[in-house]
Design a protein around this ligand. Structure first.
Ligand code: CUA
Length: 319
């Protein structure tokens, strides 16, 4: 009767163990103090109950006792603070070498693209033991990507990237949920995460129809959208003459000086904004000529363009 019953979701990622330990500690601490307080309450209410001939004595306070009951809780909460913060920072800092997946959410499905280009809907196949980094965005309302067995959950927002990382540590099939109410079929917006042995993952990838990986897809878009008529990539001029926009090779990860002298980080967010609202934060020294691509390209195309720009290094700077 109880074989399918468990108080705890399965533990299947590098984050689940440490998060469970913190959570258990908090529960244990609450139970301990809960019992302590209730027992003291019961004992005292019997021991010091009103009885004829007994008069309550007057107590004027006790410094050691007050120091004790301030100091001990302070030490406990600071301990929890340090523990929780370290774990949070770890869980929020994606490793450099992670496999980068793109997730786009919309009412009511998850679309996921693998680093090699294959994409799937409401399913995510992963190799065991590899750090996975998800870059996520929504096409409409706020959703939330939640895999309880990985103890991994993050809001997926319209108009802004969020990210999530974990390393699957156990082969199996796990639930994927949307954990933010997003409309009528919110409860159906889920799927499964399938963790495979790396060889089986490769076999699974090989069995999928080949698709361009994000970098290749982005390179093609860069041409098809005619980005290359204004932007150079490490060359001196474009196909149509002198460049009218900033050179984009090796820019990703650096800083951009804006017309008003401020500077902005050239990251996913800036690329996305420049495609949709090119005039908002214009690079210094250029005319506001770039058209908006709003409505012409979807979030997955933007992610591909970002992957492409990330991959184009400045000439003479290695790859
Ligand atoms: Cu998407 Cu709830």
């Amino acid at each position: 009767m109880f074989e399918n019953f468990s108080l705890w979701p399965e533990s299947a990622s590098n984050l689940s163990g440490p998060i469970d330990r913190l959570y258990l500690f908090l529960i244990g601490l609450s139970v301990f103090f809960g019992f302590l307080i209730v027992s003291a309450l019961l004992v005292f209410s019997v021991r010091y109950r009103r009885r004829p001939g007994h008069v309550a004595s007057r107590i004027e306070g006790s410094l050691p006792l007050e120091l004790l009951w301030t100091g001990v809780p302070l030490a406990i909460v600071l301990f929890i603070f340090v523990w929780g913060t370290r774990l949070y920072v770890h869980a929020r800092t994606p490793p450099e070498e992670g496999m980068r997946f793109h997730v786009t959410a919309k009412q009511w499905m998850w679309k996921i693209q693998h680093p090699t280009g294959q994409s799937e809907i409401n399913e995510l196949h992963l190799p065991l033991g590899q750090p996975v980094v998800l870059t996520m965005i929504s096409e409409d309302v706020i959703h939330s990507f939640f895999v309880p067995a990985f103890r991994a959950k993050m809001d997926v927002l319209p108009g802004m990237y969020s990210s999530l990382w974990f390393t699957p540590t156990k082969i199996g099939v796990y639930h994927l949920f949307c954990a933010e109410y997003c409309g009528t079929k919110h409860s159906e917006m889920g799927g499964r995460v399938v963790v495979l042995d790396p060889a089986d993952y490769q076999a699974w990838l090989d069995g999928r129809p080949a698709e361009k990986n994000p970098v290749e897809a982005g390179a093609l878009l860069f041409q098809n959208l005619r980005c290359d008529t204004c932007h150079t990539l490490g060359t001196r001029s474009t196909a149509s003459g002198a460049p009218r926009g900033p050179d984009l090779a090796g820019r990703f990860g650096g800083d951009v000086t804006l017309a008003d002298g401020q500077s902005v980080h050239f990251d996913e967010r800036y690329v996305r904004e420049s495609l949709l609202k090119p005039q908002k934060r214009l690079s210094a020294g250029f005319q506001p000529l770039m058209p908006s691509y709003k409505g012409q390209i979807g979030e997955s195309e933007i992610l591909s363009l970002i992957a492409y720009l990330k991959s184009v290094k400045a000439p003479g700077k290695g790859r």
